[in-house]
Ligand binder design. Structure first.
Ligand SMILES: NC(=O)C1=CN([C@@H]2O[C@H](COP(=O)(O)OP(=O)(O)OC[C@H]3O[C@@H](n4cnc5c(N)ncnc54)[C@H](OP(=O)(O)O)[C@@H]3O)[C@@H](O)[C@H]2O)C=CC1
Ligand SMILES: O=C1OC[C@@H](O)[C@H](O)[C@H]1O
Length: 383
């Protein structure tokens, strides 16, 4: 049977939109996919020149680059450069919109696309606050269109492999959890307009990096068969402030899953991160440990408890699950969007709205309890 082909409109021509578009141009068979395929039919930017440059860049992939396949095989046939985002929302040749703008714009761009009747994949973090997110969900329901937060990591091969271990029950009940995303970003060398530095763009470590320790909290704890708490909340948090602009340099928060355990989640723009244990769940029978980087890990370990504690895991085992060669790792989430839309679904079981809401509420709590320049930032829902 011919694959179902989803026609994408890309909103914004920044760094990650480029990465997402290049992954749409990779031959799906290289990741063993034959049921869905992708086309890019429009690119929208604040300037038509930038949209055209973006398209030209995709078309001029060098021989040997994995995304050269798409240009030769029709993925960019009939693609249009648009000098406004509206031009993409209103394009009848676009089925689904990818939103790759800074955090403060996710709500406005996603809402406009949904209102135009388009399906939407919106970059993380979904919105600035949970009111915005709830409004987007209500809009997707009202328009009967698909909506998902682009948490790409959830769709990586390693995420499914970790699921299997958790669901097998061999680790037993979780006792505690920690997950971190840190990177030495050198904010001092960046201009005031940089999206990490500028509070008006939703800058700081929490909103940008917080989705990744949260991925592992959701996969290792929240979706764990031992968990019954649908609304785990933040019981304590702390933020350090980057003085020049007032954004959070680091954020730390503790979440409690009632009846299960607590987890510590951290983000940091000033330190390089933990190579071998970026996320750890300690369970009755042994530990599961995921290596850096948390947004795209390739390796996890299952580790026995320390010698003087008895557990049924007797030997350390190491498990490698890289993304397929030639693929940055974003095509898997695009495949999920295509499959859901083909099936007539408006949300994904793998990245459901209620789980985005749980995480968004953590960010709201940490932000509002802290002292950063985004503390009082209100989303624009209802305005
Ligand atoms: N999944 C992942 O791995 C990653 C996700 N991200 C997420 O993607 C989003 C974008 O990040 P990234 O691509 O790094 O950001 P960039 O700054 O590289 O790009 C953002 C783009 O948004 C558009 N834009 C519209 N209004 C503004 C504005 N006022 N200021 C700046 N840009 C504006 C611009 O495109 P134009 O001029 O064409 O309109 C710009 O190029 C964020 O939500 C981020 O968290 C980022 C990196 C990795
Ligand atoms: O989503 C992301 O993943 C990779 C990071 O380097 C980046 O800051 C972030 O936006």
């Amino acid at each position: 049977m011919a694959p179902y082909t989803l026609r994408w409109g890309i909103i914004a021509t920044g760094k990650i939109s480029g990465q997402f578009a290049r992954d749409l141009l990779v031959d799906p068979s290289t990741r063993e996919v034959s049921d869905v395929a992708h086309q890019i039919t429009a690119v929208g930017s604040r300037s038509v020149e930038s949209a055209q440059r973006f398209i030209d860049g995709l078309k001029s992939a060098g021989e040997g680059e994995s995304f050269a396949w798409g240009a030769k095989n029709g993925v960019l046939d009939n693609v249009k450069a648009r000098g406004s985002y509206d031009g993409v929302y209103n394009d009848p040749n676009v089925d689904a919109i990818y939103v790759g703008t800074p955090h403060n714009l996710h709500y406005r761009n996603t809402k406009d696309a949904l209102l135009a009747g388009k399906h939407v994949l919106c970059e993380k973090p979904f919105t600035i606050d949970v009111e915005e997110l709830e409004d987007l969900i209500a809009t997707a329901k009202a328009k009967n269109v698909f909506l998902m937060e682009a948490v790409w990591t959830r769709f990586h091969p390693i995420a499914y492999a970790v699921d299997e271990v958790i669901k097998s029950g061999k680790l037993g009940k979780p006792k505690r959890f920690s997950a971190d995303f840190s990177m030495e970003y050198d904010l001092d060398s960046k201009p005031d307009s940089n999206r990490f530095v500028d509070p008006a763009l939703g800058g700081g470590s929490l909103l940008d990096m917080g989705p990744y320790p949260s991925v592992w909290a959701m996969l290792l704890l929240h979706r764990n068969p031992h968990n019954t708490d649908k609304f785990p909340s933040v019981v304590s948090s702390h933020q350090s402030i980057y003085k020049r602009s007032g954004v959070d340099l680091d954020s730390r928060w503790i979440v409690e899953w009632d009846g299960l355990c607590r987890g510590t989640l951290t983000t940091d723009l000033s330190a390089p991160g933990l190579k071998e244990n970026t996320a750890v769940v300690q369970c009755e029978q042994g530990d599961l440990v995921i290596e850096y980087p948390p947004q795209k890990p390739e390796t996890f370990h299952i580790i026995p408890r320390p010698d003087r504690f008895i557990g049924s895991i007797k030997e350390k085992t190491t498990h490698h699950h890289p993304v397929h060669a030639g693929n940055h790792g974003m095509s898997y989430e695009a495949d999920e969007v295509a499959r859901c839309i083909r099936a007539g679904k408006i949300q994904s079981d793998r990245m459901p709205w209620d789980e985005s809401v749980v995480v968004q509420k953590w960010f709201d709590s940490v932000r509002k309890s802290g002292d950063s320049a985004t503390k009082g930032m209100k989303g624009s829902a209802g305005q």
